[in-house]
Design a protein around this ligand. Structure first.
Ligand code: MG
Length: 258
């Protein structure tokens, strides 16, 4: 829209249709929104998490360098939007940690895609906070619970389309907790870049419009500090991805189960 700002579409176009290539009709059926509450920019699809994908994080965590991308699932039920609370249930975890990340949104079906063409399949990018329960990651044989608890996947605040980020390997990512800068990295430090991740994933699975790749987090997670630091009710996390903006979420305590 020429006027800028945020507009509400009055046609029945949904986000997944737009990601899959259907152009929204913005001509006469949109109205401006004032003070909107933004929801998570989640088109609907599978969420692939990538662990240990920044060289400085691998050093932090003391793990061997992976020879192939380290994959885990992130559950769609864990997604929340900007300003929504990350809810901590201390009976389940006392070691919730932050992970600021560049999230890649797939725009078209991809299977056995070569890395050189892989960015053609990207619709756009948003910011993510891959909240991780370190104690649960240690206690469980896999990461579904440690990564997939309710509210553990803040996304947003907006999607930028791929033409607005021609090189996803030159993007600064910073995370603050209560105003303290805890992560300051760059996607140039990724072990497997966005192209390689799409090529690898599409060799294993069919990627579909709306699927999201959480591409890994740079150094500075609290669980690997000395001494370790974790999130607590009353905290506030901010993930800023260059060119996208700031994803801000308060941290709250779960209501006790009676
Ligand atoms: Mg992560």
């Amino acid at each position: 829209m020429d006027e800028g700002g945020v507009w509400k579409l009055l046609t029945q176009t949904d986000l997944l249709s737009i990601v899959a290539g259907e152009a929204p009709n913005l001509d006469v059926t949109a109205e401006p929104l004032h003070m909107p509450q933004l929801l998570a920019p989640y088109p609907g699809g599978t969420i692939f998490g990538i662990g240990l994908n920044y060289r400085d994080t691998i050093t932090d965590m003391g793990f061997p360098v992976p020879e192939t991308p380290y994959l885990f699932p992130k559950l769609s039920s864990s997604i929340i939007g900007p300003n929504a609370p990350i809810v901590l249930d201390e009976e389940i975890t006392q070691e919730a940690d932050w992970e600021g990340e560049l999230a890649v949104i797939i725009g078209s079906r991809a299977r056995n895609v070569h890395a050189e063409r892989a960015l053609d399949y990207v619709f756009g990018y948003t910011a993510a906070n891959d909240i991780s329960a370190r104690d649960v990651q240690r206690s469980d044989p896999q990461w579904v619970r440690g990564k997939g608890l309710d509210t553990f996947c803040p996304l947003g605040p907006i999607i930028i389309t791929s033409d607005e980020m021609p090189d996803p390997q030159q993007v600064r990512i910073r995370t603050w907790v209560n105003g303290d800068l805890v992560q300051d990295g760059n996607t140039a430090d990724m072990l497997f870049g966005v192209k390689e991740l799409i090529a690898y994933l599409s060799r294993q699975f069919t990627l579909r419009p709306g699927d999201i790749i959480l591409s890994g987090t740079p150094s500075g997670c609290g669980g690997f500090m000395k001494p370790p630091k974790f999130l607590h009710p009353g905290d506030r996390t901010t993930v800023e991805v260059q060119g996208i903006g700031s994803l801000i979420n308060p941290v709250a305590a779960a209501v006790p189960v009676m």
